[in-house]
Design a binder for this molecule. Structure first.
Ligand code: GTP
Ligand code: MG
Length: 209
């Protein structure tokens, strides 16, 4: 049987749930999550091992218009990830379907002609009737391979998403060994978790930059 594999970039505006999706798919806490935007600072690999296939996910910092040096480098790393992958997951959230960052992200996708699945997250927060107009709108915006509503926090829609990603895979090597779930060192994982724990009680007191 031919082995199938591919790299998948998770991109989108800040705070839409990209890291929550990565953690839920891999059933492991690899990326920290917080209600504040711009939580993820580096791209984080998460490796999903299936029977005869491997999906390598790249969680990325939220893309937003910025002038600070730190945030510029975060956004640059998200855009670079987009260039390297075989498939992009553009995540938006149903409560802010017209985030001002989305048009520039889509322009970038068009330039790169990347196959992309639109993932509409947080469907647990809205009644179903809000979904159809958003799907109709996004059908006009880009030639998405598919549009998949999910709730990353509850795990809803993830089987469909994984099935769709598996269908898109091409023959390729097993990039990472079976016991490897991420490329982050234990030290990096621990320091990220400490950062996450500090975020919530300190709130605005934490000098963000
Ligand atoms: N209700 C609901 N909340 C969600 C869902 N997915 C994520 N969240 C919440 O949304 C917030 C942001 O989640 P993150 O996973 O940190 O979002 P992100 O896109 O990685 O954010 P950045 O790294 O800052 O770009 C957190 O408070 C999550 O708990 C979902 O499916 N439903
Ligand atoms: Mg994140």
């Amino acid at each position: 049987m031919t082995f199938l594999s591919g790299f998948i970039g998770i991109i989108g505006p800040p705070n839409v749930g990209k890291s929550t999706l990565l953690n839920c798919i891999l059933r492991t806490k690899l990326a920290i999550v917080s209600p504040k935007p711009q939580t993820t600072r580096n791209r984080i690999l998460g490796i999903y091992h299936g029977e005869g296939f491997q999906l390598v996910f790249m969680d990325t910092p939220g893309i937003h218009n910025t002038r600070s040096a730190l945030h510029e480098s975060m956004v640059a790393s998200a855009r670079a990830a987009c260039r390297e992958v075989d498939m992009v997951l553009l995540m938006i959230e149903i409560c802010h379907p017209n985030d001002p960052e989305i048009p520039s992200i889509v322009r970038n996708l068009k330039r790169m002609r990347k196959p992309c699945i639109l993932v509409i997250n947080k469907i647990d927060m809205m009644a179903k009737e809000h979904l159809l107009p958003v799907i109709d709108h996004y059908r006009q915006v880009y030639d998405f391979e598919d549009i998949i509503p999910v709730s990353a926090i509850k795990g809803d829609g993830l089987d469909r998403l994984l099935g769709r990603l598996k269908e898109s895979l091409r023959p390729g090597p097993q990039f990472f060994p079976l016991d490897m779930k991420t490329d982050q060192s234990e030290v990096a994982l621990v320091s990220e978790i400490i950062r996450e724990k500090i975020y919530s009680p300190t709130s605005k007191a934490l000098p963000y930059s």
